[in-house]
Ligand binder design. Structure first.
Ligand SMILES: [Zn+2]
Length: 443
């Protein structure tokens, strides 16, 4: 579906910050979402050869294909409607947790359990309500729940890392960043709405494998997006498809809808890790010359991009107990890709070989090359910020901890205590693994 010419405001935004990746300029396409039952029933009922099983596989990607297979097996997918089955006791605890949603040690894993797997929908409803955005944009609650239910459903629950819980975690981090004193006062309701929406949907329908895998296996999305920001483009266009299908914004003027869709795209595309240096050098330049003026919409948009990038990779800045779980999950996803590559005699991608790439070594590299450089600049930007200092402290502690787990032997925490490496195990990665790999011993 093609929207046609963009409104002048969107064009101005796109030109001023160079947001759009190659191949996206000019028109905005929404990927058709394989929403059941519409598409699936049409496929099941059609006698046309065009809807052969082969074409189902080719036309529906990832989660859509899973939904189709569930229907073929006679299983009805879960929906937001099952929320009312929750025990009041758990709902009460979840509500209590929401009162502390702006704290950095928010335990999203616990929140996920208390909301019966609906942390993303519950969190988004709460945050939109806290900011008064439901009233501000005159959002229809039924449409909103439908849209959020679609987003949650299109995340793959069997992915160890890129699932709805990761999206909820990124959304909670984004909320913490939007509250930073440098930003909070100057953000418009549209900025906040876009920031939260982009965080919630930034990895939707992620297949659990990376872009090089899609390219080398000739996946149709790779050719659709010309091997450039393939996954991010898919997350964005899928989100646009869900926005349109749910009719969430259908009451807003066309120009405003197009602007929101376009800005969502530039935020989600900014999470492409291969564009890290591009964003980082622009950010550094701005900070060195003190040239950021948050009264200007394009500058606020740029900071939203950086905030989303930070939220997306903030796992190593969380407390060890949370951070470690994310590390194990992401590495498990890498290893699964490596196993598929081995099975089909493909070259195993970097970081995906469980025999050669240990969790600590992956984490140390990730922290050193991606997380530290980004958060050092974010810390400069948000100064003075207690949260940024907490994150930098935790980042150093966690890095030291991984160095200990990788055989470095020991080290010291920022508070002066020292730790020694223990070889307790029982974790999924075998001897020398992570569970209890380090133990704090006061020095
Ligand atoms: Zn992500």
């Amino acid at each position: 579906m093609e929207l046609g010419v963009l409104c002048p405001r969107s064009q101005a935004l796109m030109q001023s910050d160079g947001i759009l990746a190659r191949g996206h300029a000019g028109v905005l396409l929404a990927e058709r979402r394989g929403s059941y039952p519409l598409i699936d029933l049409r496929i099941l009922n059609s006698k046309s050869p065009i809807y052969s099983l082969w074409s189902v596989k080719r036309q529906l990607s990832f989660q859509r294909y899973c939904h189709a297979s569930r229907l073929l097996r006679g299983q009805v997918p879960r929906g937001p409607g099952s929320l009312h089955l929750l025990d009041h006791h758990y709902l009460g605890q979840a509500t209590h947790m929401l009162s502390k949603v702006g704290t950095w040690n928010f335990d999203i894993f616990l929140f996920e359990r208390l909301t019966n797997g609906y942390s993303l929908v519950t969190l988004m409803c709460h945050l939109l309500n806290v900011y008064g955005l439901i009233q501000h944009f005159h959002l229809d609650m039924v449409k909103l729940l439908r849209f959020l239910g679609m987003v949650q459903d299109d995340y793959h629950s069997h992915n160890p890392y890129h699932n709805a819980l990761h999206a909820a975690d990124v959304t909670q981090a984004m909320y913490c960043y939007l509250k930073e004193s440098k930003l909070a006062e100057l953000l418009s309701p549209t900025d906040v709405f876009l920031g939260l929406l982009a965080a919630a949907a930034h990895d939707v329908d992620h297949p659990g494998v990376n872009q090089p895998f899609l390219i080398k296996t000739g996946h149709h999305l790779a050719s659709l997006y010309q091997n450039t920001s393939v996954l991010e483009s898919h997350h964005w266009r899928s989100t646009v498809g869900m926005l349109r299908e749910s009719g969430l914004l259908s009451h807003l003027p066309l120009c405003m809808r197009q602007d929101i869709e376009q800005q969502l795209g530039s935020l989600i595309l900014a999470t492409d890790i291969s564009r890290q240096n591009e964003f980082l050098s622009t950010f550094r330049e701005h900070l060195n010359h003190q040239s950021l003026d948050l009264h200007q919409a394009p500058h606020r948009h740029f900071i939203l991009q950086i905030a989303l990038k930070c939220a997306d990779v903030c796992n190593p800045c969380r407390e060890w107990n949370l951070s470690r779980q994310w590390s194990e999950r992401v590495c498990e996803e890498f290893y699964r890709q490596g196993d598929i590559e081995k099975k089909f005699a493909l070259e195993v991608s970097p970081l995906c070989n469980q025999q050669e790439d240990s969790v600590p070594s992956i984490q140390i590299g990730f922290i050193s090359h991606i997380v530290e450089p980004l958060f050092e600049e974010w810390c400069r930007f948000t100064e003075p910020s207690p949260l940024s200092h907490t994150m930098m402290d935790l980042l150093q502690q966690n890095k030291t901890c991984w160095m200990g787990a990788s055989g470095w032997g020991g080290g010291s925490w920022s508070d002066g205590s020292v730790f020694v490496q223990t070889n307790l195990c029982g974790c999924m990665h075998g001897p020398g693994g992570l569970c209890g790999a380090t133990r704090r011993v006061r020095g």
